[in-house]
Design a protein around this ligand. Structure first.
Ligand SMILES: Cc1cc2nc3c(=O)[nH]c(=O)nc-3n(C[C@H](O)[C@H](O)[C@H](O)COP(=O)(O)O)c2cc1C
Length: 331
């Protein structure tokens, strides 16, 4: 068996059905605040992602209070589908109201964040802090599931810390509360993003529940994704950091194309991403966002550090476009 991801039609790459919604492939784009905005999701789709694409996390309270920016984060366009909106919150009443407000959205799934490790979130009992309070987390899932016809899913961690690595029991409780899929990031909250993700916990959750289980953590290439599917028996793989600057990772896993696209295509995608970002967020914010993405796109290129420094000094989309064109000489 080969794990190079360039074989055709790997049997581990399948459709993924969550609730009544089917995605053509079981490789998902993870929610990432500050990264997985509309422009990036469209780019991922256009270059070959065929699984569920996730929004950045959105505050349930922000939605309930009518915060404009929160609503913008939930906007899902047709080409992005099938897509999930991820919300965070720990109050079942706010969660139910927020989910109701999203009923008319084009999104296919509503996901609840139970993994965010940031103190500003966990100090309110939200994100990964919900794993310390399974009863509250279950009430949150019940409230969400009762407020929408869309499938409600959860994204959890291995647990809060090594002593409280309760993912298996927690996942069973979320399933009983109505979760239609469980995504498991194999790190505890205490680990934040450090150390290695434990894929064994993904396998254990998979054996414990009947709903689909999606594994997450440290998938950076096709081989990683295929190994995670093989080793854990999970139903799908969710990719976060491995997609930054590398939206082609999805089609590489499906064996639909060589992993490394030709230079001309890479430049064309960077240009397209920039145009989408500016169209979506306006010149100023679009340029700021895109500088970050370009820094990821150039990672690994010859002279990347110097190019990155240069990119961060550019202030207009015209300058960025020009710099992208010049990258042709380095690729
Ligand atoms: C910049 C950044 C932002 C993230 N934002 C979110 C988020 O909004 N919601 C969430 O559930 N996880 C978030 N995560 C966690 C990822 O979804 C994922 O679980 C984690 O990065 C591990 O997967 P990976 O190894 O494929 O990156 C974020 C991660 C990063 C690096």
């Amino acid at each position: 068996m080969t794990f190079d991801g360039e074989q055709r039609g790997d049997s581990r790459i399948q459709t993924l059905r969550i609730g009544g919604v089917t995605a053509e492939q079981n490789i998902l784009l993870a929610p990432m605040a500050g990264v997985t905005d509309t422009a990036f999701r469209i780019v991922c789709r256009e270059v070959g992602a065929k699984g569920f694409l996730y929004t950045e996390m959105v505050s349930a309270k922000g939605l309930c209070y009518g915060d404009r920016k929160s609503f913008e984060l939930t906007r899902v366009t047709r080409p992005e589908r099938p897509a999930a909106i991820q919300i965070f919150g720990a109050d079942p009443l706010f969660i139910a109201k927020a989910v109701e407000l999203l009923c008319e959205s084009d999104a296919d799934l509503i996901d609840i964040n139970m993994g965010c490790p940031m103190p500003k979130i966990t100090k309110n009992g939200e994100g990964s802090a919900l794993m310390l309070d399974p009863a509250r987390a279950a009430a949150v899932v019940r409230a969400a599931a009762g407020a929408t016809k869309k499938p409600v899913t959860v994204k959890i961690r291995k647990g809060w810390d090594a002593a409280r690595a309760n993912a298996v029991e927690f996942a069973k409780a979320m399933e009983a509360a109505g979760a239609a899929m469980i995504a498991v990031h194999g790190r505890t909250r205490e680990q934040m993003y450090g150390g290695r993700a434990d894929w064994d916990v993904v396998a254990r959750v998979k054996r414990a529940v009947g709903v689909p289980v999606v594994g997450n953590g440290d998938v950076f290439c096709a081989g990683d994704a295929l190994r995670m599917l093989e080793q854990t028996g999970c139903d799908g793989v969710m990719i976060g950091r491995g997609a930054r600057g590398n939206p082609w990772i999805f089609r590489g896993i499906a064996g639909a194309a060589a992993r490394r696209p030709a230079p001309a295509e890479r430049l064309a995608v960077m240009r397209r991403h920039l145009i989408l970002a500016v169209a979506e967020k306006g010149e100023h914010t679009g340029v700021l966002e895109m500088r970050k993405h370009l820094a990821w796109y150039v990672k690994g290129m010859h002279g990347a550090a110097a190019i990155k420094n240069e990119i961060f000094r550019l202030t207009s989309s015209a300058e960025l476009l020009c710099r992208i064109d010049q990258l042709g000489e380095t690729l």
